[in-house]
Design a protein around this ligand. Sequence first.
Ligand SMILES: C[S@@+](CC[C@H](N)C(=O)[O-])C[C@H]1O[C@@H](n2cnc3c(N)ncnc32)[C@H](O)[C@@H]1O
Length: 315
Amino acid sequence: MMQTFLRDVHDGLSADPKTLPSRYFYDKKGDALFVEIMALDEYYLTSAELEIFSKKTAALAEALGVSKDKPFELAELGAGDGKKTKHLLRYLCDDGYDFAYVPIDISQNALDGLACSLSAEMPSLRIKPLQGDYFDVLTQLKTSDAPKVVLFLGSNIGNMPDARASRFARELSKTLTEGDRFLLGVDLIKDASVVLPAYDDGEGVTKAFNLNLLERINRELGGNFDITLFEHVVTYTKAEGIVRSYLRSKVDQTVTIAENGESYDFKAGESIHTEISRKYDDKLIGEIFADTPFSLKQKLTDANGYFADYIFVKG
Ligand SMILES: C[S@@+](CC[C@H](N)C(=O)[O-])C[C@H]1O[C@@H](n2cnc3c(N)ncnc32)[C@H](O)[C@@H]1O
């Protein structure tokens, strides 16, 4: 893991323009900061999808196309703290469905917390956590013959460029059988006045989350980033529908990483691109899924129309 992290950091900081992969946001501190982000008033994504999961639970369960007579697996990619999913899990448990919940996450810390809270809150629920990157762990899903439903919530797919999202959907479909379902939660395109504060909040939690990437390099790879010399920068236009997050160097500086003995020069104003967060509409979703074996069954939205859960079936 550390060698992969070191290689990815070296490749990203040696590139022009500089980048760092967003999956490294989630260490113990990053997980905790993300839980704080989800509780922010500005971060409408969680409350909007939570509204769908808590107020439209029966419609969601129905859209999954599962039967009480046949055991199934409910897998979740990037499960995090499972706050929204718990509404669906509780509904399915109470309604007598026979299923196992398979949360998949790159963060062992997030999985441990989720397993612990679920065993206290829903003792009868069968849980089979899988740790790792979505792409690597997906193949392990193939091992059982049970019908499957895969959840991918929180607009996490928005961290992928569109071509990669299409590839991801095709890869996912290979692990599924005809009739299996895929529930995808995405943030919808809307005005910058609503979107931008979700990624640059008044309390500075999103800023701390972005800067934690540099702190993680310091902690795990012996970097000497001075985080006071970098600023959190976020851009978005409704026309493009993509939030871009950066860490911008305030001064000319050189940073070294002890673990590989390399140094990296920054000019004042030079940025490291750390994340994209794509926003969607029906047309974009149609284009991304056009070349995949998935067909759209249903779409559920919150009352403001900020967020949508699209349910696909593998046909
Ligand atoms: C933004 S949180 C969202 C959590 C939850 N899905 C939700 O909607 O509230 C993203 C979660 O995905 C996990 N994650 C991020 N990149 C991942 C990857 N490449 N593979 C597996 N998990 C990943 C993180 O550890 C984190 O728990």
